[in-house]
Every structure is written in C-alpha cells, then in structure tokens.
Ligand binder design. Structure first.
Ligand SMILES: NC(=O)c1ccc[n+]([C@@H]2O[C@H](COP(=O)([O-])OP(=O)(O)OC[C@H]3O[C@@H](n4cnc5c(N)ncnc54)[C@H](OP(=O)(O)O)[C@@H]3O)[C@@H](O)[C@H]2O)c1
Length: 170
C-alpha cells in the first residue's frame, strides 16, 4: 500500500498555469488575491526559502511574520529584513527547526524538489504567456491529499485549484 513518506519538513509552494508558466517579466503573470491569501495562511510563522530573483520580485519585502531566507552566489548581496545565504546547506541549517517552505523560483524548485515531502500547488486554469516555467515534476512520486476549486469571479480572472500532495514512500 502507498504511504506518505515520513516528513523531511520541506514543502514547495507554487502557482502555475496549465501550460506550466510560473513567471513573466520578473513577476507573477496573474493577479489572484485569494491565492496570495492562501500562500500567506500556509507559510505564516514558518521559514521561507527563496532564490535571489524571487526576492527581487516580491512587492512586499521581507514577507512579514516569516524568516525570509534568500539564496545567492553573491557573497556581498544584502537583503534588508532577510537572512542571506550562499549555499543550500546553510539555508537548511537555518530552517531545520521547523517546517520550511521553498517559495521559488524555478531554479530553486529544481534544486530542492528531491528534498521535499509536501507540495502545495495552485493550478491556474488558463494557458498564459511567460518566461519562467515550473521544472518537470515526477507526479508518480506524489499522492494528492486535498483539492479545492476556486472559481473565477470579479477579483479573479481565472479559476484555480489548490492541490496538496505528499511524497509517496515506496
Ligand atoms: N508562480 C510562482 O509560484 C512563483 C514563485 C516564485 C517565483 N516566481 C517567479 O519566478 C521568477 C524567478 O524565478 P527564477 O527561476 O528566475 O529565479 P530564482 O530561483 O528565484 O533565483 C535564482 C537565483 O538564486 C540563486 N541561487 C540558485 N541556486 C543557488 C545555489 N545553489 N547557491 C547559491 N545561490 C543560488 C542565484 O542568485 P544570484 O544570481 O544572486 O547568484 C540564482 O540566480 C520570477 O518571475 C518570479 O515572479 C513564481
């Protein structure tokens, strides 16, 4: 029987379109306030790990109520209100006391996917143009544990689904 794996304590959280786009021109390709609220509910109180480009893309820096960890190869990079690290090992040392959320972008997701035990995916039910795509995910490693549909409405141009996954222990 398929069982979720015992936790590594790392979740990846992202929003992507049906065609895999997660970014466009250094920002998000949509405005979906209820997805941002969902992101805040999930991550509040936890360390959030992000690549330097994602840090640059945030309209509110640092994300409040969370230890913001920014990964860069630039040893002189400074980010007000965030902890800057130059290696993934340093990042995981900071985040090990708690569940940590990797919040992107594509480069980071690709590097840490193998360490994650949970995925929190917002699937935006649209095909959109963009220049940053989610790296491929081997969905056979993951069990869907929850799914909620949010319809399009006056504030949301697209419908979207919140999907939670746990890694399958094989
Ligand atoms: N839809 C979503 O859920 C979502 C989530 C997050 C981001 N995004 C979008 O994605 C885009 C940004 O993503 P991205 O893939 O271009 O960049 P990214 O993953 O955010 O950042 C990449 C940068 O992180 C640093 N880095 C990566 N691996 C490293 C390592 N092993 N050691 C040290 N530093 C490392 C490097 O910074 P340096 O260049 O400074 O060395 C690298 O250039 C934006 O458009 C953003 O809006 C979307």
């Amino acid at each position: 029987m398929i069982q979720p794996q015992q936790g590594s304590g790392l979740s990846l959280v992202w929003a992507m379109s049906e065609n895999g786009v997660i970014g466009s021109g250094g920002t998000l390709p949509w405005s979906l306030p209820d997805d941002l609220a969902h992101f805040k509910r999930l991550t509040h109180g936890h360390p959030v790990l992000m690549g330097r480009r994602t840090w640059d893309s945030l309209w509110l820096r640092p994300l409040p109520g969370r230890l913001n960890i920014v990964l860069t190869r630039n040893p002189t990079f400074s980010a007000d209100g965030a902890q800057v690290v130059t290696s993934l090992d340093q990042a995981f040392e900071l985040g090990t006391t708690d569940r940590m959320f990797c919040i992107g972008g594509a480069i980071l997701f690709d590097e840490v996917m193998h360490r994650a035990d949970r995925l929190e995916v917002t699937l935006v039910h649209a095909e959109v143009d963009g220049d940053v795509y989610m790296p491929s995910v081997d969905w056979s490693d993951w069990a869907l544990t929850e799914e909620t549909l949010h319809p399009a409405d006056d504030r949301h141009a697209y419908a979207f689904s919140f999907r939670s996954y746990e890694r399958i222990d094989d």
